[in-house]
Design a protein around this ligand. Sequence first.
Ligand SMILES: Cc1cc2nc3c(=O)[nH]c(=O)nc-3n(C[C@H](O)[C@H](O)[C@H](O)COP(=O)(O)O)c2cc1C
Length: 196
Amino acid sequence: MLPEQVITLPTPRLSGAVSVEEAIGTRRSIRSFDRRKLSWEQIGQLAWAAQGITGDDRRWRVAPSAGALHPLELYVLFSDSSYHYDPVTHSLRFHQTVDLSEVADAALKQPFIAQAACVFAFSGRVTLTAKVYGERALRYVCMDLGHAAQNLLLQAAALGLAGTPVGAFDDAALRFALKLSPGDEPLYLVPVGYPK
Ligand SMILES: Cc1cc2nc3c(=O)[nH]c(=O)nc-3n(C[C@H](O)[C@H](O)[C@H](O)COP(=O)(O)O)c2cc1C
């Protein structure tokens, strides 16, 4: 069966039952997931928390970015396919077929990654930030990434989900597994699912 090319995500909620203090206080890296899938509401909420748009144009987002350049790209990986998140239309567009166990292997063989309901993969275009900030670009992209990833982790905690940031991987192997285009550097994986 051909994968759906574009998935329009449900409108994200701007309020919830869990306070930001509770989300901060309960967030934990958990590496064991049960088999339940996430709903499109949950997936959309998580993607929005990481990179959603909150202002008049694409420069104003949930997370700060040096110069409002927003060099990060966000992909959502399922068992056999990856989707690129488009913050402007709040939708997922089919990117490539993927093998989650290859992704877990590229992350220095961390098998729990392949057991998550889905994996959020951040990549970044350092050259975009470098056009304005030169040698400080990598530092700034990493700072952008920390803001965005923490939003995602806190949103997962608020939804009662488990998420763990993963930064240990072989760059070339992960770039290959994610089928990223040149200049789009793999930066972080965040497997998310229901905690076991
Ligand atoms: C930059 C970074 C890279 C990380 N890489 C991994 C990783 O590759 N695998 C993993 O299981 N956890 C990884 N973690 C999660 C840490 O192990 C975890 O945050 C730490 O043990 C503290 O636990 P807590 O997140 O529950 O507070 C990483 C965390 C950070 C900030």
